[in-house]
Ligand binder design. Structure first.
Ligand code: PCA
Length: 220
C-alpha cells in the first residue's frame, strides 16, 4: 500500500540577537492545525533545528532520512522580513557565529558543491496564494549566508538525489510578529502580520504543496 505523502517542516531555535525564534511557534501551531484536522491523506511532520552549524546539519540530515519527505519546507526568521519571504536561491556560502559562538567549519557549505541551487517549491504560486489571503509576501533571491541558507542548500542537495517530488524550499518570517512580543519590546516597523496570520499562511502553503502531491482534501 502506498503511504500518504509526507511534508517535512523545520524551524530554528534561538541565535545571537534573537532569543525567541518565532519560526518554532509558527511551525508548532501549524502542526497542531494539521493534527486537529486529522486527515490520513497527508503526513505533516516537523523538526526543530538548533541554530548551530554542525548540529543543524546533522539534525536536518536525520530528519530527511527518517521522514523521507515528498516535500520539505524550512522556516526561519530574518530582520529584513516584513511578511513571508519565499526564498528562491541557495548559495554555497556559510558565515557568522552560531548559537554556540562557533564559526562555520569552512566558508562553503559543500566543498565541491554547485554555487547556486534554485528552490523547487512553486515560489510564484505560493506568493500569489499568500497575497490572495491578504498576507504580505514576496520572493527573494538572497537567503543570506547563515543557517537558513544552509538548510535550503542542503535540502536541495538531498532532494536532487532522492524523490522529493513536491519540492524543497525555505521561508523567512519577520523576527517579531504583531501582537506576539518576544525579547524586542517594540513592534518592528512595517510588520503587520500576527502569529495567527503566519500560521494561516503556512497552512495555505502546505495545502498548496499537498494539492500538487495529489492529496484529496475533500471532506477535511
Ligand atoms: N534565521 C537565521 C538562522 C536561523 C533563523 O531563524 C538565518 O536567516 O539564517
Amino acid at each position: 500500500m502506498n503511504r500518504a505523502p509526507t511534508i517535512l517542516l523545520t524551524a530554528f531555535g534561538p541565535f545571537p540577537g534573537v532569543s525567541q525564534n518565532v519560526s518554532s511557534d509558527v511551525v508548532k501551531r501549524t502542526m497542531q492545525h494539521f493534527a486537529d484536522r486529522g486527515t490520513s491523506e497527508l503526513n505533516v511532520t516537523a523538526t526543530l533545528l538548533p541554530t548551530e552549524w554542525r548540529a543543524a546539519t546533522t539534525t536536518l540530515a536525520g530528519a530527511l532520512e527518517a521522514a523521507r519527505p515528498d516535500a520539505y519546507v524550512g522556516f526561519g526568521v530574518s530582520r529584513k522580513a516584513c511578511g513571508f519571504v519565499v526564498e528562491t536561491l541557495a548559495r554555497n556560502a556559510a558565515a557568522s557565529v552560531d548559537a554556540n559562538k562557533q564559526m562555520p567549519p569552512q566558508s562553503q557549505i559543500l566543498s565541491r558543491g554547485v554555487r547556486y541551487q534554485t528552490a523547487t517549491i512553486p515560489t510564484r504560486r505560493i506568493v500569489s496564494e499568500l497575497r490572495a489571503l491578504n498576507l504580505p509576501a514576496r520572493r527573494s533571491l538572497n537567503a543570506g549566508s547563515y543557517l537558513c541558507n544552509t538548510v535550503l542548500y542542503l535540502g536541495l542537495a538531498h532532494a536532487n538525489g532522492s524523490a522529493v517530488r513536491g519540492g524543497c524550499g525555505f521561508v523567512h518570517l519577520p523576527t517579531q510578529l504583531a501582537g506576539h512580543e518576544t525579547d524586542a519590546k517594540t513592534p518592528i516597523a512595517g510588520v503587520r502580520m500576527s502569529l495567527d496570520d503566519a500560521v494561516a499562511g503556512a497552512v495555505r502553503l502546505i495545502d498548496l504543496l499537498a494539492d500538487d502531491l495529489g492529496v484529496n482534501r475533500a471532506g477535511t
